[in-house]
Design a protein around this ligand. Sequence first.
Ligand code: 25A
Ligand code: L14
Length: 335
Amino acid sequence: MRKKYNVAVMGATGAVGTSFLNILAERKFPIKNLKLLASERSVGKKLKFNGKSYTVEKLTHNSFEGVDIVLASAGASRSLEFLPSAVKAGAVCIDNSSAFRMDKLVPLVVPEVNPEMIKAHKGIIANPNCSTIQMVVALWPIHKAAKIKRIVVTTFQSVSGAGQKKINELWEQSKVFLTNKKVKPVEFAHQIAFNLIPQIDVFLDNRYTKEEMKMVHETRKIMGDPSINVNATCIRVPVFYAHSESINIETQKHISRAEVAKLMARAPGVKLVDDPDKQQYPMPVDAEHQDDTLVGRIRQDESVANGISLWIAADNIRKGAALNAIQIAELLIDA
Ligand code: 25A
Ligand code: L14
């Protein structure tokens, strides 16, 4: 019989935390005991898992006794503070925050790309940024075939990436806007309903945002190739779930549009949706609740010798966060 594990979900009441519970149940993860951890605000709240009701407990340094696996998504500051205690208690932590991603001792893993890296863990495995995960799932097979030299990407990121409160705010702002009243942003810096905001995370000295630079550094680490050049522009769009990306790549070796389509048709974690005659292409509403990254609009870039343009969409809460983390947990227990 398969071994069963004690699992703790840190940030269980959030957008990603809720998705952890759904996906653990869907994929029949072998759980012995489940612990739901969140802030004081959520203590006593009840959440359903596999038809059973579980009570949310306050996250403390003593929460991890007897826990085998921690799935964390309560923000970087909480991960920095509490995961060292979890490691001390003997748990392996899969962290969805940005806290440890660029730490040299911490593997940064997308199972379709670099599953072998989990072996090197010292108690913490980092789950990459949502926009980076879906991009490398699509680009990895192309990189192996033709070696990518440069990536230019623009993201169209849904509000759910920023948490449950931002989801509620798009809903509220939309209602206000549609009744001809003046929108007063609370959670967002600006109106998000019927608008676009070209800022995700804080600005850095080079005038890129932190989200844009995460895509640069994380892509190089996951693909194991520090020579890949990445230029990212990240945009918040008034979509509830799923991030989309316009991607242009330059490769060392020439690769044709048809070859890329063939690679995408059999790439793990990818669903090819590319039929212009039938108006079929990836869209966020179709990516929502799906495990696969949708890839389409594949074109030869006619402005350079070796270039390809494509358009992708994926569920940022599933593949961009909870699903990728649980796939890492599955690799761990099958190792
Ligand atoms: O890194 P930062 O700056 O700390 O940012 C963290 C934020 O980014 C989101 C996450 O949103 C979080 O708000 N986030 C981080 N990584 C993400 C990723 N990869 C990501 N989002 C998507 N993809 P979230 O709402 O989805 O999740 C928040 C979870 O974290 C728990 N939490 C927060 N502080 C904690 C903590 N857990 C333990 N200790 C702490 N100190 C949080 O639980 C949630 O599970 P919660 O108990 O704080 O709140 C859950 C419910 O309470 C409501 N609420 C939140 N804030 C307030 C509030 N109600 C009243 N007043 C408030 N101030 C929420 O709506 C929710 O229903
Ligand atoms: O680094 O869409 O995981 O705001 C989580 C929130 C990435 C951006 C991370 C969003 C961030 C994301």
